[in-house]
Write a protein that binds this ligand. Structure first.
Ligand code: SF4
Length: 422
């Protein structure tokens, strides 16, 4: 074990003193909660719920504390990955109510990419510097269980070194069902054919009642947890996500993040946590139901990233801000509220756009670098597993405008939130 770095211990103590000094106007309960986190205590779900309603000086202190804990966990670097999203089919009959992505086979805009086309897109991505392809799609009734393996084989035959980040727990559940094998056997076969990691999407909110309403309970909380933990036990890393801002509440958010933390304590298999705001525009859940919220407010986005950072402190180091859901400017602001990653360049992304999201085609690497530098972080390009591939020496011409202050002051309408795909 390395000896502790005296200089960094001293600067941490000085930063801690500075932070706590700024808590003068903060309410006593919030001050106590934040001070305890700074001193290394685990944030309970009950205290997380309190922080989810922080306003004014309490919200400022929450942001500052999340930023402090982020710096302590991962330093000043913030990252992105060059990746291409390939949504191989939008045909799906699962009927998740929040999903604006799924089509019927006969719909005019139904899509089903051939293996050759998927491999071609992966090769194009490789030639443009991508280290990863992210493959997800609907649960097309005509595909059989071997289709998932065939995708991996087609890509690996064309670009052997490409990292394949693919198949949500919903697709894994579907593939195992179609193949008539256990989830463990199905995942192991995919690993044997080149699967490098799995997106932890389809989590939505890991709460029985909420999930019943969102997905008609087709993939239960228990099944999601089982598939994810099985992947981890087989040595396959995954991400973790939450989709928030619809029929959910802070109690659900705290319990969801608590569940992610519990899994991580058990398996250590999560690479990152990605808050995904609900995109309401063309989502049936919103269109057909007057009680559904149109996605999170700007303050809720800030609190979600900040509280995630605090709750997962010591367990999941990487908190990703989704520019696809929030828009680039708000995602950039999340780098000052606990997040340390901007996700992927994407090249194309059809899920959020299908739900009416206004973002979601591509951000080129140069713009990722600029956005990170403007937020005051050192830009780095990473691979899927968060190894640094390239560090950039970039001096921004300007600092990013502080949308956080504007959001706190005036409740702007938020640009974003979620679509679907498994
Ligand atoms: S979220 Fe996924 S599984 Fe659900 S309907 Fe949409 S594409 Fe199908």
């Amino acid at each position: 074990m390395n000896a502790p770095n005296i200089l960094s211990l001293k600067s941490d103590a000085a930063a801690r003193r500075q932070l706590l000094k700024g808590f003068a106007a903060v309410s006593l309960p919030v001050r106590e909660i934040l001070s305890a986190v700074v001193d290394g205590e685990e944030l309970s779900e009950t205290d997380a719920v309190t922080l989810f309603s922080a306003e004014g000086p309490d919200l400022d202190a929450l942001i500052a504390t999340a930023d402090f804990i982020r710096e302590r966990a991962v330093g000043n670097q913030a990252s992105f990955v060059i990746t291409r999203n390939i949504n191989y089919t939008n045909v799906c009959y699962m009927g998740c109510k929040f999903c604006g992505f799924a089509k019927r086979k006969d719909d005019e805009d139904a899509e089903f990419l051939r293996l050759e086309e998927i491999a071609k897109r992966a090769e194009e991505a490789w030639n443009r510097g991508a280290t990863e392809v992210c493959i997800q799609g609907g649960l097309h009734p005509d595909i059989d269980g071997t289709f998932y393996r065939e995708i991996l084989k087609a890509i690996k035959a064309r670009v052997p070194a490409m990292h394949i980040h693919a198949f949500s727990p919903f697709e894994i559940w579907f593939g195992a069902l179609k193949s008539k094998v256990s989830v463990a056997e199905f995942i192991q076969d995919l690993i044997d054919h080149g699967l490098g990691s799995m997106p932890g999407t389809a989590a939505e909110i890991l709460d029985v009642e909420i999930r019943q309403q969102l997905t008609r309970d087709k993939l239960t909380t228990e099944q999601w947890v089982e598939i994810i933990t099985t992947a981890h036990q087989l040595g396959l890393p995954t991400t973790a996500t939450i989709m928030y801002g619809h029929i959910d509440s802070p109690e659900h958010w705290a319990a969801h993040i608590g569940k992610i933390r519990d899994i991580q304590k058990q398996t250590g298999g999560f690479t990152e946590f990605v808050p995904l705001g609900f995109v309401h525009y063309e989502s049936p859940l919103y269109v057909e139901n007057g009680d559904v919220r149109p996605g999170p407010t700007p303050e809720e986005n800030i609190r979600m990233h900040a509280v995630s950072r605090l709750m997962l402190n010591g367990w999941v180091d990487n908190i990703q801000a989704s520019w696809v859901k929030m828009g680039p400017e708000y995602a950039q602001q999340m780098l000052r509220s606990g997040a340390n990653d901007l996700g992927g360049t994407l090249m194309n992304e059809s899920i959020s756009r299908a739900a009416g999201g206004k973002n979601g085609q591509e951000i080129v690497p140069e713009d990722m670098v600029r956005m990170i530098a403007e937020a005051g972080r050192q830009p780095v390009r990473r691979n899927t597993l968060y190894d640094v591939v390239q560090a950039y020496d970039y001096q921004p011409a300007r600092s990013a405008p502080n949308l956080i202050a504007r959001a706190s002051a005036c409740s702007l309408e938020l640009i974003a939130t979620t679509g679907g795909a498994a």
